[in-house]
Design a protein around this ligand. Structure first.
Ligand code: PEP
Ligand code: MG
Length: 878
């Protein structure tokens, strides 16, 4: 019979898929002897079985749960429905961490009888009643789906009636009255009395946690983090320990390192006399963990030792939840801690230096999706000097953000959809705010610590966040916030710095950051592990410089048409396109030649001896034709033609389907003088740079949109003639002439094309467009729908379509290499910067990927991680 329920003593950390992250770690910690309250895990398979059985727990699973309860009762010597009474927590635990997205129920097992027993055994009726009222509230809202505000308003009414300032002041009489009222609400809303059988409570709670896998916020979180819907959640049932049993009890959350900077210090917060959720919910402001040493030295020492042990055991920074129950220390959870990208890099390097990880382990541990956080903006230093600091909160998630303030998630979302720069300002955030957080540039909260929801979620999203800024007085109904003397209303500008916690008045410009020495070090480790080289798609000297900073090993695609978008150049290229005679075209080309040559020189200077692969002109003509009346008139003046003559030429040149029109090599063959001028500019620029500096540039010349071997053979002769005329002594060596492979036909006849090519560069943008028949410019409209309806798993223009386009690439490589065994092969479509696609390309016989400068760091790391996964796979086969 299939096992659906595992005691903590039966599992281990390898069983994550079955037990979920939390369950696997609870089991592992139990195995290594840490003080974990006992319990059991109901597997993710049970969750899927529950959905398969029409949202019900079948007999087999029920029997296994019953058996686990009996075992737990005898292990801890307490009983459900007996004395001493066993109370449990019921928590979700998915395979991938989804903090706060699903539901939790605490104090389960309490009823009218056991609350009395608990009151006697703890000698505090008040404590027992408080646990009971919290339980009814949680059970009522999570299991019975009664809106939380019913309970909250009863609590507020009670406090008001007896003039109490906080929940802690509730006395026995107040609590008894409150419980009575809570039960009335349950009866009114559900038509049934509050469930008294702990077993029934447990089944219903487990079902509720399973159901919460499909609540709205969990679904959004999964979508955002690419977590598949099918995996389901496990459920952990664990004996309760109480952090709220008086002043010698407490609870807290710690990270084993500082999650923003990566510094090696125990970093976290705790509250005495509090239950777990109080720390993260941000309702009471917790104390820094260092202060625990003065309050309970023994517990603090146990915490420090456990943290050290867990970090070494998991070879990763940990995020640990602990509870002290009347002086006894327990660990409730450990997981790999979420951290900023900068912290992740520092921690990985420190672990290598401490011998906990090797370089491969350090590179494998980095989270690819976080890398571009390093390219996060910071405030322009000069502008910052002039700005007023209004208040300071906690530096919860790094980066700088400036935007118009909105006070709730919905308004933030709406404002963002209208194109505004949004800053979400909240008392504290809760998981319901997730869509609003996604829509904002930064998040500012009045309450909550460094482990509050806002802080943890923002850090995970790579979004700037300042939390716990107590100077904010938010008036939600008036939609204003007072900060000191200033009163700001919705739509006013604020700026926040998530690295310092400072809040500034007004808008402050941001600039991108510089990459530090840690980044350079870990990236150089990544490069030594990779099989694929990462090159840049760069069209200007500025982009070339940027790509060097990001570690590109050359330029894999320089789109020459992009050099003409600026200022006067567009006029000259229009003149060239619209010229009616060869002489007119040649005159326009003569004007373009100096720009091209100078730009190429700038690029060669930046790239020095690294390869610079320049693609000859490939303009979809519609991007260059004059559109407005003014543009037409300007052209008419330049070409000494009338307005209507220009209109006529533009009409003649207008194509119904410009992406399949007079582009690429078709243009080159139709007007050879264009490619002749460009080749001349490239070679002359390289020779001039060589003469002026002490190095030899490495130009490569690439022909686009080839689908027929004659297209390439003819243009190759044209380019080669220019090269040998300008560089007869081969001062530049053998300049390579290659081709783009971006038309499906080119893949089919790749062996013939290879005959004339020094290299293949796959243009996967056009190849995707033409293989799938989806227009690159218009597909957005239906791709979203296709994804929703699961016709497509992902946008094929972002993630390579492995089965279709990927197979075309594989076939073309096989055919090409059969003809020319050492043929160099690369990819220069957008997929070259997408981690998943890079992992796929790593499985093919490809030498390099090329992508835009800002995607280079991700591509470098993706290439290394792909190589490591491949290595692990190969060794598992031996
Ligand atoms: C491609 O088609 O993948 C490519 C790199 O060329 P472009 O995007 O310029 O058409
Ligand atoms: Mg293309």
């Amino acid at each position: 019979m299939k096992q659906y329920v595992y005691n903590f003593s039966e599992g281990n950390k390898q069983m994550r898929n079955l037990l979920g992250g939390k369950g696997a770690n609870l089991a592992e910690m139990t195995q290594i002897g840490l003080p974990v309250p006992p319990g059991f895990t109901i597997t993710t398979e049970a969750c899927n079985q529950y959905f398969g059985d029409n949202n019900s727990i079948n007999e087999t699973i029920r029997e296994q749960i019953d058996k686990a309860v009996v075992q737990l009762e005898s292990l801890v010597n307490k009983q459900f429905d007996g004395s001493p009474c066993l109370l449990v927590s019921v928590r979700s635990g998915a395979v991938f961490s989804m903090p706060g997205m699903m539901d939790t129920i605490l104090n389960l097992g309490l009823n009218d009888e056991s609350v009395e027993i608990m009151g006697e055994s703890t000698q505090s009726m008040c404590f027992a009643l408080d646990c009971y009222r919290r339980f009814i509230q949680m059970y009522g809202s999570v299991v019975l789906e009664i809106p939380m505000y019913h309970f909250e308003s009863l609590l507020e009414d009670c406090k008001e009636k007896y003039q109490l300032k906080s929940d802690q002041e509730l006395q026995e009489g107040h609590l008894t009255e409150l419980i009575k009222n809570y039960k009335k609400i349950v009866l009114k809303e559900t038509g049934s009395e509050f469930e008294q059988s702990p077993k029934n409570q447990l089944y219903a709670a487990i079902e509720a946690v399973f159901r919460s896998w499909n609540n709205e916020r969990a679904k959004i979180y999964r979508q955002l983090n690419n977590i598949p819907d099918e995996v389901g959640t496990a459920v952990n049932v664990q004996m309760m320990v109480f952090g709220n049993m008086g002043d010698s009890s407490g609870t807290g959350v710690v990270f084993t390192r500082n999650p923003s900077s990566g510094e090696k210090v125990l970093f976290g917060e705790f509250l005495m006399n509090a239950q777990g959720e109080d720390v993260v919910a941000g309702i009471r402001t917790p104390k820094p963990v260092g202060e625990l040493e003065q309050i309970d030295k023994a517990a603090y020492d146990q915490l420090v030792n456990s943290a050290e042990l867990l970090e070494t055991h998991y070879s990763d920074m940990q995020d640990i939840e602990f509870t002290i129950e009347t002086g006894s220390f327990y660990i409730l959870q450990t997981r790999n801690g979420k951290r900023s990208a900068a912290a992740a890099i520092k921690i990985a390097i420190d672990f290598v230096e401490a011998g906990i990880l090797d370089q491969e382990g350090a590179v494998a541990q980095l989270d690819l999706s976080q890398i571009d956080q390093l390219l996060h903006p910071v405030f322009d230093h000069d502008k910052l000097q002039a700005a007023d600091v209004l208040a300071t909160g906690l530096p919860a998630s790094p980066g700088a953000a400036t935007g118009q303030i909105f006070f709730d998630a919905r308004s933030a979302e709406k404002a963002n959809s209208e194109g505004l720069e949004v800053l979400l300002v909240r008392m504290e955030t809760s998981p319901e705010d997730i869509q609003g957080m996604i829509s904002s540039r930064g998040i500012l909260t009045a309450r909550g610590g460094m482990t509050s929801h806002a802080a943890v979620v923002a850090r995970g999203m790579g979004k700037c966040c300042v939390s716990g800024c107590s100077a904010l007085e938010i008036n939600e109904s008036a939609r204003t916030v007072r900060i000191g003397d200033q009163v700001l209303k919705e739509g006013d500008y604020l700026s926040i710095d998530g690295s310092t916690g400072k809040v500034y008045l007004d808008k402050i410009e941001t600039i991108s950051t510089n990459l530090n020495a840690d980044f350079t070090k870990i990236m150089s480790w990544a490069d030594t592990l990779s099989r694929l080289t990462v090159l840049a798609n760069a069209d200007t000297p500025h982009d070339a410089q940027k790509s060097i900073e990001f570690g590109a090993r050359g330029i894999g695609l320089c789109r020459t048409e992009h050099m003409f978008f600026d200022g006067n150049r567009i006029m000259d290229i229009r003149e060239m396109i619209m010229a009616k005679t060869d002489t007119g075209r040649k005159a326009a080309l003569a004007k373009l030649y100096p720009y091209q040559k100078e730009d190429f020189k700038g690029i060669f200077k930046a790239m020095r001896t690294l390869p610079v692969n320049i693609r000859l002109l490939d303009p979809p003509l519609h991007e260059f034709l004059p559109k407005s009346k003014t543009e037409m008139q300007e052209m008419a003046d330049v070409l000494s033609l009338t307005y209507s003559e220009i209109e006529k030429v533009a009409e003649e040149l207008t194509e119904v389907n410009p992406m399949m029109g007079l582009r690429g090599c078709r243009l080159g063959l139709t007007y050879p003088e264009i490619y002749e001028m460009q080749s001349r500019a490239i070679i002359t620029a390289a020779l001039e740079v060589q003469a002026e500096y002490e190095f030899t540039p490495t130009p490569e010349i690439m022909i686009p949109l080839v689908g027929n071997e004659v297209e390439l053979s003819e243009l190759r002769v044209l380019v080669a003639d220019v090269i040998s005329a300008l560089d007869p002594e081969k001062k530049l060596g053998n300049v390579k002439i290659g081709t783009m492979i971006e038309v499906p036909r080119a893949c089919m006849v790749a062996e013939k094309i290879a005959h004339h090519a020094d290299y293949f560069s796959f243009g996967t943008n056009d190849l995707t467009q033409m293989a799938l028949g989806y227009s690159r410019d218009d597909a957005g409209t239906f791709i979203r729908k296709y994804k929703e309806r699961k016709v497509l798993e992902a946008d094929p223009f972002q993630k390579i379509d492995r089965e279709g386009v990927g197979e075309l690439v594989r076939m073309a490589i096989d055919k090409g290499k059969k003809q020319v065994p050492g043929l160099k092969v690369g990819v220069c479509g957008e997929h070259g910067g997408d981690a998943d696609s890079v992992a796929f390309f790593n499985t093919l016989d490809i030498d390099y990927v090329s992508c835009s400068p800002f995607r280079i760091p991700t591509a470098r790391l993706a290439a290394a991680q792909a190589a490591l996964s491949q290595k692990a796979l190969d060794s598992s086969k031996i």
